[in-house]
Design a protein around this ligand. Structure first.
Ligand code: IMP
Length: 422
């Protein structure tokens, strides 16, 4: 096995950082291929918490090279801040951290636009407010700024100028806010580019060479398949391809097959921001899961909405990304609950629905639950109780793919591998 992907199989926050960190130890390269600092990957090592936003979770292993691919949107100030923070805990240098010269830059204008749209716009998405959507908009409309543009003031001025007059009118006459002068933004970005320049390179060639040398490459997704711009619950999605298709376009491996695609799913479901959520819990159990699971956004500090595991949504995620196995996380949070349920199908307009295809109106989906005897495992050894086994077997059989990893706590050790990976 030479190539593997870690992808969120729900609405993000599934624990991808922990799984990537575990498998990064055996990888030569860890590559982020989409999203930006809207992600928050929390990793615990020896009881110490590290939150990574745009830097790949492989960075905690100095033997592996971390790559920010061209499908990522990068906010330079945030990147440097994150870099300085983690320099205190791990060896990090331009040798083991690379940024694609053709990744897209998030500017002040993108952040401001994201913020005013959320506060004044006609439809609230519940974004992270980091400028992600507006930066991808500019990329697609061919007005974006690439990381390599940061290294030349004239190019920066020309590229920023392409969309500036239009944006200036929008901010002044529609949203009534002041924006920085273009010259100030050029100076700011140029300065940041100088601080980043040693990390910038042609990551396509790096990945291409590594593949031909038979190196082990791990692709790390951010957010989750249900937030994918095409496959997700539109419009309540992020603006990138979070599914496996994003790897082919955002990292640069169009001619390669992935050997393993692990979908990471919590043993329950969470969501932040707006949008449908069929199994959402509004009762005491939901509150217990939220508190016990510390379900608070690592990037925004928002409380996450919580609900039971949703099999129809996972079946859809498996199809969208050709998932070959599931890493089931946060099992410990469900231990000792007073009740335990799994949604195995929906009822929509009187008909049973097994897979959350896009044609299904999730607002009208009534979840059908199977109840289980709650398990009380404390995971102090690698044995699992009869009750937990029943719960896990049901999930595995319902999904039709193996559960390759069980995770039952935040630390590196709190995990059971059921399949040899890398
Ligand atoms: P944006 O990515 O900031 O544009 O936000 C769009 C939607 O994706 C909102 O519902 C956010 O809450 C959600 N979102 C973005 N990043 C994450 C994440 O890392 N975890 C969970 N939800 C996210």
């Amino acid at each position: 096995m030479k190539t593997m992907a870690i992808i969120g199989a729900q609405w993000g926050d599934e624990g991808k950082g922990k799984i990537t960190d575990l498998l990064a130890e055996k990888s030569d390269l860890v590559v982020r291929y989409q999203g930006g600092h809207n992600a928050g990957h929390t990793i615990w090592v020896n009881g110490k918490k590290t939150v990574l936003h745009v830097i790949p979770s492989g960075v905690l292993h100095s033997s592996c090279t971390s790559v920010i691919g061209h499908g990522v949107v990068l906010e330079p100030e945030n990147f440097l801040h994150e870099l300085n923070k983690i320099k205190h805990i791990t060896n990090i240098s331009p040798e083991n951290l690379k940024i694609s010269s053709t990744a897209t830059v998030i500017t002040q204008f993108h952040k401001l636009l994201d913020g005013v749209r959320e506060s004044q716009g006609p439809e609230k998405i519940g974004t992270t407010g980091k400028g992600i959507g507006p930066a991808y908009e500019d990329k697609i409309s061919r007005r974006g700024i690439k990381v390599k543009d940061l290294l030349d003031k004239d190019t920066l001025m020309r590229r920023l100028g392409v969309g500036y007059s239009e944006k200036a009118i929008l901010f002044k006459h529609l949203y009534h806010i002041d924006i920085p002068a273009i010259e100030d933004e050029v100076e700011r970005l140029y300065k940041l580019g100088q601080e980043m320049k040693d990390y910038i390179c042609d990551t396509f060639s790096l990945i291409d060479k590594s593949l031909s040398e038979g190196k082990k490459i791990l692709y790390e997704g951010a957010q989750g398949i249900l937030l994918d711009i095409d496959y997700g619950t539109y419009p309540y999605v992020t603006s990138s391809s979070t599914s496996s298709s994003g790897i082919y376009s955002g990292a640069g491996i169009p001619h390669h097959q992935l050997d393993e695609v692990i979908g990471v799913a919590k043993a329950y479901t969470t969501r932040v921001g707006e949008g449908p959520f069929p199994t959402e819990l509004f009762d005491e159990i939901g509150q217990t899961i939220q508190l016990k699971g510390n379900e608070v956004g690592a990037t925004t500090g928002r409380k996450r909405r919580c609900g039971w595991l949703d099999i129809p949504l996972l079946r859809y995620a498996i199809k969208c990304s050709q998932l070959s196995s599931i890493a089931l996380t946060k099992l410990d949070i469900l231990s000792n609950l007073s009740e335990l349920k799994v949604c195995y199908a929906y009822e929509v307009n009187g008909k049973r629905v097994d897979c959350a295809y896009p044609g299904i109106n999730l607002y009208q989906a009534k979840p059908l639950f199977k109840e289980f005897t709650p398990f009380k495992d404390d995971f102090s050894d690698s044995k699992t109780s009869k009750e937990l086994d029943q719960y896990l077997s049901f999930i595995q059989e319902s999904l039709g793919i193996p559960i390759s990893i069980y995770a039952y706590g935040p630390d590196r050790q709190q995990v059971i591998f059921k399949k040899k990976l890398f």
